[in-house]
Ligand binder design. Structure first.
Ligand SMILES: Cc1cc2nc3c(=O)[nH]c(=O)nc-3n(C[C@H](O)[C@H](O)[C@H](O)COP(=O)(O)OP(=O)(O)OC[C@H]3O[C@@H](n4cnc5c(N)ncnc54)[C@H](O)[C@@H]3O)c2cc1C
Length: 501
């Protein structure tokens, strides 16, 4: 039993979406000998829209010993160097910017120059401080080059993936079953909670009882175990993040395969475009307080040039927020059952991976007791809140004035104290990056990411001018950096060549 200091003999995972099968795979690798059973409902199905990831998906596959070559072709997957944000700002010259992932190596050369020029710009000098000119990943994305360099190249490039989430689910299900995980189909009709507020079994609609020592709630927005049975409270992010709906439809893939997600601001939200090997995945994430489902579908069709097409659209509702506790008693919530921040930075899979991997670490460190439950919950909450702040900032600092939606987002003062401090530093600090470290504001995103967004929007609060500095030298350095990046790019293959398409 998990409360008396020994590894659980039996784990029951409720839900067979991406979260459930990720949990099954990781547990099967980390806890050999533990019986793992996953129950899922054929009638309810999975949400199946998550199609973009951060570099955490690579960490997950590394952890379960699966290579890119083994899973990517099966899931129509492509590489992702980052995200282009289009039309989030109406500031001239800043209508679009690219958000690269944080890289360990080349950032050492590029980030200091980027920050120095931002400061110069804030002192009123006309130097280049647009993020697109500073990072190798951005160059690779613009040239449709994949992120895997020639072997002799010294810098690693961080990358994520695009994938068909239904196929990813199938791949993960097969992989987990090959490691001994049992798959059961059935509808959970009841959850049995004992006198000590611990879960003891779930009851399926055909009467079958599935008992276990430990339970993982991967039942999606239903949150059957953690929220419904154990009554763990839920914190809505609705005050910070207005979007609650999405409409989704595919389009034909282009001849040149992009290596980035595009997030284009529309009238009342934003639209993603995600390149897979066989199609683009598209969706419009919007707030139903500002636009209804029919209008949103029409606007998405217009955006995609599909007004006269009969391609079917799928409409979805999103619940944005998180539980107060992700681990409670003998239950862990993973995936949509633990929370969701909306898909803008495609962080849901990263959060699922962090939750499972960190839980395994803490549970083992605490000798399979709940000793570290509180520490774990506060870590995961900090991750959620850090991502929420970064996503909220896209809306709060948007530079559009063309709809009530964008004006309401800019005027929304329901932001966290952390985000408020970060924005104050951007406004006033002479060294934003150093002060982010100094004031311990490093949540889920590095100063580089914050600066890409704020400089990418063209938000440069002008501070005192230092008349003695000759900034022409700075511009020459940007040009030298661009040349260096271009030469680095010679070590990378075209995306389609890398995928052997
Ligand atoms: C519009 C949108 C876009 C998104 N884009 C991204 C993205 O780009 N990147 C990203 O990382 N994430 C994204 N996500 C999130 C991503 O889709 C989810 O995090 C991911 O799919 C995991 O979902 P899940 O497994 O938690 O839930 P689900 O996929 O909903 O799975 C829930 C499972 O529980 C089962 N279940 C429910 N009730 C019962 C019951 N009573 N009995 C038995 N079984 C039951 C279901 O059958 C299913 O198997 C997006 C989400 C939305 C809404």
């Amino acid at each position: 039993m998990s409360d008396n200091g020994s590894k659980p003999e039996k784990v029951l995972i409720v839900g067979g979406g991406t979260a459930g099968w990720m949990a099954a795979n990781l547990l099967a690798c980390k806890w050999p000998g533990t019986e793992i059973c996953l129950v899922e409902s054929k009638q309810i199905g999975i949400i199946g829209v998550g199609e973009g990831s951060t570099p955490h998906l690579k960490l997950f596959f590394d952890a379960i010993g699966v290579t890119d070559l083994q899973w990517m072709p099966r899931c129509n997957a492509t590489y992702k160097n980052g995200i282009t944000f289009d039309k989030w700002s109406a500031v001239s010259g800043f209508e679009s910017y690219f958000h690269p992932f944080a890289a360990q190596t080349d950032d050492v050369f590029t980030v200091p120059l980027f920050f120095r020029n931002i400061q110069a710009r804030m002192q009123g000098y006309d130097v280049d401080a647009h993020p697109d000119n500073y990072f190798l990943e951005t160059y690779l994305a613009r040239q449709n080059l994949g992120p895997l360099p020639a072997e002799s190249f010294p810098f690693g490039v961080a990358y994520g993936y695009h994938f068909d989430s239904a196929l990813l689910g199938q791949f993960l299900a097969e992989n987990a079953q090959s490691k001994g995980v049992t798959r059961v189909y059935g509808n959970v009709a009841d959850v049995i909670v004992d006198n000590d507020d611990r879960l003891s079994a779930v009851k399926l609609s055909d009467g079958t009882l599935l008992a276990a020592d430990f339970f993982i709630d991967c039942s999606g927005f239903e949150a059957l175990l953690m929220q419904k049975a154990l009554k763990v409270s839920y914190l809505s992010f609705k005050d910070n993040l207005f979007n609650d709906s999405a409409v989704v439809m595919p389009t034909t893939i282009s001849a040149v395969l992009p290596v980035e997600t595009t997030a284009t601001a529309l009238s009342n939200g934003w639209a993603w475009q995600i390149p897979l090997r066989n199609r683009f995945g598209n969706g419009y994430v919007y707030s139903s307080d500002f636009i209804d489902a029919n209008q949103a579908e029409t606007e998405l069709r217009q955006h995609l040039g599909l007004l006269d097409s009969d391609v079917a659209a799928r409409h979805l509702k999103m619940k944005v927020g998180r539980v107060e506790k992700h681990w409670h008693k003998n239950c862990l919530a993973v995936g949509l059952s633990q929370g969701f921040i909306e898909p803008l930075e495609a962080t849901a899979i990263a959060l699922s991976f962090n939750t499972i991997a960190q839980f395994i670490d803490y549970f083992q460190k605490g000798k399979f007791t709940n000793k570290f439950e509180e520490a774990f919950n506060s870590d995961i909450n900090a991750r959620f809140d850090g991502i929420r702040d970064y996503v909220v900032c896209h809306y709060k600092m948007n530079q559009r004035t063309d709809s009530d939606y964008w004006l309401a987002n800019a005027a929304n003062n329901n932001i966290s104290a952390t985000l408020s401090k970060i924005l104050t530093l951007w406004q006033h600090s002479p060294d934003f990056a150093a002060d982010m470290h100094k004031y311990k504001l490093m949540g889920s995103y590095q100063p580089k990411s914050w600066a890409c967004m704020l400089a990418g929007y063209g938000v440069f609060p002008v501070k005192n001018r230092e008349p003695s500095v000759d900034y022409s030298f700075y511009q020459q350095e940007v040009e030298a950096l661009s040349d260096f990046i271009r030469r680095c790019g010679l070590n990378f293959k075209k995306h389609s060549e890398l995928l052997a398409l």
